[in-house]
Design a protein around this ligand. Sequence first.
Ligand code: ADP
Ligand code: ZN
Length: 243
Amino acid sequence: MRVPGPKGGIRGAGRRDGGALGAYYSYRMRKYVIMGVQGSGKGTQSAMLASDLDLVHIAVGDIFRWNVQNHTKLGAQVRRTMAAGELVSDDLAEGVVKDRLTQHDWNYGFIIDGFPRNERQAEFFLESYDIDGIIHLMLPDSEVRRRVMARRLCDGCGMDYNLIDSSPREEGRCDVCGGKLVQREDDTEEALAVRLSEYHDKTNPVLDIFRRKEYVVTIDARPDKIEVQQAIRAALKLPSYQG
Ligand code: ADP
Ligand code: ZN
C-alpha cells in the first residue's frame, strides 16, 4: 500500500497527525534519509531506528560492498572507485536505490543511508519519493579521523566494531560469528581524505537543497550512541528508544 501524497515533495510532519485522514495515516509509514560525514554513525543510528520502527534500512555503501565481496558484475564496476574513496557513477547509485525500493517490502517505511550524495541524486530522489524527514548527523572532521581509523568490520557477518568503545571480547575476532575483524578497504588515511572532500564538496549542497524544503533535523553526533538516538527521536517526535 502506498500513501498518496504530492509526488516528490517533502511531506509535512503534521499532516498525518489528525484530521479526516488521521485514521488512514495512522499506520504510519515513515520515510527518512540519514546524512552525515564518514564515521558519524549513520549505520548504527539507522539500524537502531529501523529495528524499532520496522523500517527497512537501505545502506547504499553496504549494497556496493556486498557486491564487491560476492564478485558480482556490479562489484567489479565499483570496486576500484570505492577503494579510492571516490563516488561511483550516479547511474549505478540510482540503479541500486531504485532496485531496492521496487522490492516494496517496506510496509512501514524505510531509512536510506548513503543517498543522495550529490545534487543530481537529490533531484532524482525528490522526483521519485516522498520523504518525511532528513536526519543530519554532525561531527567535526577531527573526530571523523579518530573514529574511522578505529573502525573494524567482521569479514564473516559484517558486524561493525569500534576499537574506541565497542571492542570485541577477543581481539580481532567477531563476538557474533567468530569471523576475522578487518579494516574497510577505504578506511585508510588517503581514501578518507578523498571521501571527506567528496562529502564537503558534493554532499553538503544536498543538505542545502533539503534545508530549503525545511525538513532537516541536525543532531550532534559526538555523544554516545544511545544519547544520539534519543536526540533523533526527540527531533522527529518519535517515541523514545527503549533499548
Ligand atoms: P562512507 O559514507 O563512510 O564514505 P559508505 O559505506 O556509505 O561510506 O559508502 C562507501 C562508498 O560507496 C563511497 O565512498 C562511494 O564510493 C560509494 N557510494 C555509496 N553511496 C553512493 C552514492 N549515493 N553515490 C555514489 N557512490 C556511492
Ligand atoms: Zn561476525
